[in-house]
Each structure stands twice: as structure tokens, then as C-alpha cells.
Design a binder for this molecule. Sequence first.
Ligand code: G3P
Ligand code: MG
Length: 259
Amino acid sequence: MSDWSWPALIAHRCGGALAPENTLAGLGIAARLGCAAVEFDVMLSGDGVPVLIHDETLERTAGRRGEVFRLSAEALQATDVGCRFHPAFSGETIPRLDAALSRCFQLGLAANLEIKPAAGFEVDTGRTVGRLLAGIGPGGLPPLLLSSFSEQALEAAAAEVEDLPRAFLAERFDVGALTTAVRLSCVSLNLGRQGLQAAQVAAVRDAGLRTLVYTVNAPDEARSLTEWGVVGVFSDRPDLLLTAPASPDAGTAASIQSA
Ligand code: G3P
Ligand code: MG
């Protein structure tokens, strides 16, 4: 199996629970905490621009109605998603992917870019993200891991940026998910923590892939997963896990080396 030098702790949705999710402010907080890597979710605006957002609607993060796939990037960039989290973050808006990548690059953060297509936009989202990354080129990008729950989206992105490492996401382990990850030449299978078993982590390893797990906020759990062979955890509380790192290289920014 290949060497693995990706940071073992990844701040979930940029700054975890310490900042409004999927924002540039979150990236800044992750960096200031000492995180070496972040994860964020990427969806297409109505006019086809990749932006950072998890939900298909604005209700939860902005407190107003609106569907991401119907709104322009300009409108989304003007949408406040900070105030609902805390008034101190008022004015923090939905960033474009290119701005987030640039900020990660400046801050020295590795990034797990999760392609999160709105329903029906799987191929379009993967292809658009892949083309944007190809257009920037490796010299201008932070260390990246591309991932998605959508096989179609990940495959479409991979067609544009074959050399970028990728991961298939599944809420729970099953043989089908592992088979998909292998078929897509993924470096890892990224799994939800609920119900995960040591034998499943071993099965992923036996297939030549690594396992990363979301969302892990308790240091004891992170340690147990590391003992099972899990190489990375996504956390909403990177502050807690940084004081008790999941593995000795938790603070090391680096890239994934493929087999
Ligand atoms: O990529 C790990 C994790 O972010 C997947 O779940 O729903 O938070 O995007 P979600
Ligand atoms: Mg995500």
C-alpha cells in the first residue's frame, strides 16, 4: 500500500463547530487553531459556479428561503450565513470554490473537497469542479482530496483531473461502497462513524485503500479508530482533538502519495 501522509485531523465544514460552516472565516479559524486540513462541501449555483454549501436550500444556514440551484453565484455570495451562527460572524457569506481554494493555499491548509451535487446535477457538478481544478493547475492548488457520496459526480470530476487523489463516501460500510471506491481508483473510503467495525476498516485496508471517518469529536473515539487503522477523522471539534491528536502526524500538512 502507498505511504499516507495526509493530516489525520480534518476540520469538518471548514472550522467545525467553531465557525459558520463552509465559510472563509472557518478556514481562518481552522488555521489559527493549528489544523493542517479542512473539509468543505461544494455545490453548483444556478448559473453553474461551484460554491461552498452543504444543504440544497438556504434555510438552515441563512435563515431564509431559497434553493441553491436556482440562485446565481452573485446572489449566494451576498447571502449572509454568519449571523445565524453568531452575530459576531455577521457579514460572512457563501464563498465561491475558487476563493476557498485560494484561501487554503495562502493559509497552508490541505483540503478535502467534497462534491455535494444537488439532486439531478451529479455529472454537471463533478465535471464543473474538475474543470475548475484543471484550469487552476497543480501549482496553484492546496493539497487536495476529492470526495463524494455520488459515484457519478466523482467519476465526472476524475475524468477532468485524473491525477488528483479521490475518496468515495458512504454513511456505512458495505461491500458495494468498497467495490465502487476500488473501481474509481480511490485512495480511501470515507465512512460515517455509526456502526463502524474494526473488521470493516481491515477489509478496506485489504483492498488497498485507507479509511477516513466522520464526524468524530471525542478524543477517546479518535484514538480507538486510529488503533483500528483509520488514518483520518473529520471533526467539528478540532480544538479538542488537537490537544489529543488522533495520531502522531495529526498536525502535519502534506499530500497523499498514490500507490
Ligand atoms: O466528508 C465527510 C462529511 O463531510 C460527510 O458528511 O453530510 O457532513 O457532508 P456531510
Ligand atoms: Mg461534507
